[in-house]
Write a protein that binds this ligand. Structure first.
Ligand code: ADP
Ligand code: MG
Length: 245
């Protein structure tokens, strides 16, 4: 069974058709890249998948269950994790504390609602940080971390809830090229180990072609291509609208 199935998703913003009838699926352990020029509707899709935006039309199913229009905190509880373009951690707390607090902070960030405080066990948080190559930074305050390390903390926070689906909207924005490849290689490895379906947007085509199992191309709200990176790369329409000939 697909982890995520999206059918006919659509969203209008006062006459602007940001997303028009988008359908696709993501399988467990699969890295699916959603690419397209600025304004194509990628973030709007993400916002409809995690409940931040209610679609005008279409269905979103997680492991066969209809989650269309559910509130973000419910979607999150059902196993949809998300990393953000803007990194949000508590700077004075250590990396370990931020990861342990992940379940709480995520609620605050997503829903603006308080729910009972659940902390991740210290051992689980440490194991997660070790898997992300962050063991040496566990006791450092997040405020002093380099940007690339902060991105790893953000990934740890998203993984703390044991997601079935991970949504990553431009996870490597602002990172140096080698760091981008490293972060996505790590993400791909963890996704495969844990069977997490990953949907990500990315402007760096080297990263996409290296780490995506499959790609979707969005142009002005419409999916214009879907397939393996090599197929999509060779698609004349994609080259025209996105890859620049
Ligand atoms: P992408 O993430 O691919 O760059 P977006 O999903 O952010 O694209 O935007 C798609 C289109 O929808 C753009 O034309 C954008 O201006 C518009 N849009 C996005 N969010 C809103 C909003 N909250 N209100 C009005 N228009 C929006
Ligand atoms: Mg965007």
């Amino acid at each position: 069974m697909a982890t995520l199935e999206v059918e006919g998703l659509a969203k209008n913003f006062g006459g602007v058709q940001a997303v028009r009838g988008v359908s696709f699926a993501v399988r467990p352990g699969e890295m699916l890249a959603l690419i397209g020029p600025n304004g194509a509707g990628k973030s709007t899709c993400f916002n409809m998948l995690n409940g931040q935006l209610r679609p005008d039309a279409g269905r979103v199913r997680l492991l066969g269950r209809d989650i269309t229009g559910l509130a973000p905190r419910k979607v999150w509880r059902l196993g949809v994790g998300r990393t953000f373009q803007i990194t949000a951690t508590f700077g004075s707390m250590t990396v370990l504390e931020n990861v342990q607090m992940a379940l709480l902070s995520h609620h605050r960030r997503l829903g603006g609602l308080w729910t009972p405080v659940r902390r991740l066990d210290r051992a689980d948080a440490e194991a997660l940080l070790a898997r992300l190559g962050m063991a040496a930074q566990a006791e450092r305050p997040c405020g002093i971390l380099a940007y690339g390390d902060l991105k790893r903390v953000e990934l740890a926070i998203a993984l703390a809830n044991d997601p079935k689906l991970l949504l990553m909207d431009e996870p490597t924005a602002g990172m140096a090229p080698q760091e981008r490849v490293a972060l996505m290689a790590l993400t791909a490895g963890i996704a495969r180990e844990r069977g997490i379906a990953v949907l990500f947007t990315e402007h760096d085509m080297d990263v996409v072609f290296t780490h995506a199992d499959r790609m979707l191309v969005l142009d002005r709200g419409t999916l214009i291509a879907e397939g393996a990176p090599a197929e999509v790369r060779a698609n004349p329409r994609v080259r025209e609208v996105y890859l620049g000939g």
